[in-house]
Unconditional design. Structure first.
Length: 164
């Protein structure tokens, strides 16, 4: 596969539809397992990661393929109130990270670039970033390279935290 040229820009309200697509791709499905039905993103505990995107402390970045000008990946942060905490909740005021790349664009450094930019943007705004990831997901190594550390484990999921 040829390397794709891309740029990264801030995510805005106009990116909500693409973030819904990325939310679906952010759900880890092990190799050889059947795809999850797309309707899963409509479940309230998952939908909240994108629903009404662009409010308050929401912050994200989108990777755009330079040739087609189409979005190919995104990383975003969202804070949830304690009573509606997400899968990667660590403590109040810590945003949870979601990140996904379209399948045809993975393993080309786009995820690393998105994460680098998002972490840089988050410094000074937040004290830390958290996430939840399946223990079997190869992305665990990416998060560890960026300084995320496991702080909790529940079943096959790991909650990770990066202090900023």
């Amino acid at each position: 596969m040829n390397s794709v040229e891309y740029s990264i820009r801030p995510a805005g309200e106009e990116d909500q539809l693409f973030l819904w697509e990325m939310l679906y791709h952010a759900i880890y499905v092990p190799d050889g397992q059947a795809p999850i039905p797309r309707e899963i993103v409509n479940q309230p505990e998952i939908a909240k990661y994108v629903d009404r995107w662009g409010r308050g402390e929401d912050h994200g970045v989108v990777a755009i393929e330079n040739l087609t000008l189409e979005p190919v990946g995104a990383a975003w942060l969202r804070i949830f109130p304690v009573e509606k905490k997400g899968y990667g909740h660590v403590r109040e005021g810590i945003p949870e990270l979601s990140i996904a790349i379209l399948p045809g664009y993975r393993n080309q450094g786009i995820g690393s670039a998105l994460l680098r930019r998002l972490i840089g943007d988050a410094r000074g705004r937040f004290s830390a970033i958290s996430l939840s990831v399946s223990r079997e997901n190869p992305a665990v190594r990416l998060y560890e390279r960026f300084g995320f550390e496991a702080v909790d484990q529940s079943g096959s999921s790991i909650t990770m935290l990066k202090e900023l």
